[in-house]
Design a protein. Structure first.
Length: 340
């Protein structure tokens, strides 16, 4: 290289990143034909990390502070380039800045329902929405696994990948939690905690630290939610005992009455429909009750007092419904029981 061309070369004396664009997580310092001057200053602000990369290999990593770049402060890069200990010439190396600020208020949701096994409802499909926050926890891993050698890597790009990780981790965590859906729906913090632990481990594999994770809402598909509402309305809190099945059958029959009124024949058709519904319900209740538990013994009939029976007997005579002979005979029998 001639002296003239060497003089024309431009050297970098100060390296820094002002983070002028919102949502950028990784940024490569623009080198082009520039070379870093030996003894140049590297400024790394709070919530930043600077990484030196030589031919695709990570060399040195710098945290917040002001660093003078020499062979003493760049030991790994010096070793990779096989420099003498006191080199005087400028050098070239890719320098990447990473933002380690917490990315707050990021929304998540399930575009499609997640199918999980539930001990109350067997297989159900769950949809959920909420918010989370994260940050770059390990710049080396993040560079290797996600951002790579791109000039700029944004928050939107990484969140496209994080959403897939989130959905997969959620299905795995909820599927193995053995917590009933009704308990999770009533306590969203419980559901968030079940998911957060597994999600934090999944994020860590990519150099991302999960800061917060919460669940704002959790729901079932419309058809399953309607069935659940119907079950709750009938007072079925769990199990299928004979009494609860009977209550559920009565509830279904009650719901069928307005429909019967709309059928041809109007209210005349209700009696037949209701009778059929009750008959079917009784058969179902008896079948379920016989399968699940032994029927309770019928209560002993309560005998009416003799005085009340005599009064009823006299009333029948006064109305001419029985003859005097019948009255006298029945009265004698009752008095015999009363006197003993």
């Amino acid at each position: 290289m001639s002296l003239g061309s060497f003089i024309k070369k431009q050297f970098i004396d100060v390296l820094q990143w002002n983070e002028e664009t919102e949502g950028v997580l990784a940024w490569r310092f623009p080198m082009q034909d520039f070379e870093i001057q030996n003894g140049a200053i590297l400024n790394v602000r709070e919530s930043q990390v600077a990484v030196f990369v030589n031919e695709g290999k990570i060399a040195d990593v710098f945290g917040p502070g002001t660093h003078k770049l020499t062979t003493q402060t760049l030991p790994l890069l010096t070793n990779l380039k096989n420099w003498d200990k006191l080199f005087d010439s400028p050098f070239k190396s890719d320098v990447y800045y990473f933002s380690t600020r917490v990315q707050t208020g990021r929304k998540w949701g399930t575009p499609q329902p997640i199918t999980i096994r539930d001990k109350d409802f067997d297989m159900i499909r769950v949809r959920a929405f909420g918010m989370y926050s994260y940050r770059i926890a390990d710049a080396r891993t993040f560079f290797t696994e996600i951002s790579g050698t791109r000039d700029v890597y944004t928050r939107d790009e990484v969140e496209d990948q994080l959403r897939g990780i989130l959905m997969s981790s959620m299905a795995s965590s909820l599927g193995g939690a053995n917590v009933p859906f009704l308990d999770m729906a009533a306590n969203q913090a419980l559901m968030a905690q079940e998911v957060k632990d597994g999600l934090a481990q999944a994020f860590a594999r990519y150099g991302v630290g999960l800061d917060e994770f919460n669940v704002a809402s959790i729901s079932l598909p419309e058809e399953l939610q309607a069935a659940l509402d119907e079950r709750i309305s009938a007072g079925m809190k769990g199990g299928l005992g004979a009494d609860k099945m009977s209550g559920y059958t009565k509830f279904q029959v009650a719901n069928a009455i307005p429909l019967a009124a709309q059928n041809e024949g109007g209210m005349a058709g209700i009696g037949a429909g209701l009778g059929a519904g009750l008959s079917i319900g009784q058969v179902m209740a008896q079948s379920m009750g016989g399968a699940l538990q032994q029927p309770a013994p019928a209560p002993a009939p309560v005998e009416e007092p003799i005085e009340a029976r005599l009064e009823k007997l006299k009333g029948l005579l006064d109305k001419g419904l029985i003859s005097p002979a019948d009255y006298d005979g029945a009265k004698a029998e009752l008095l015999k029981k009363l006197i003993g």
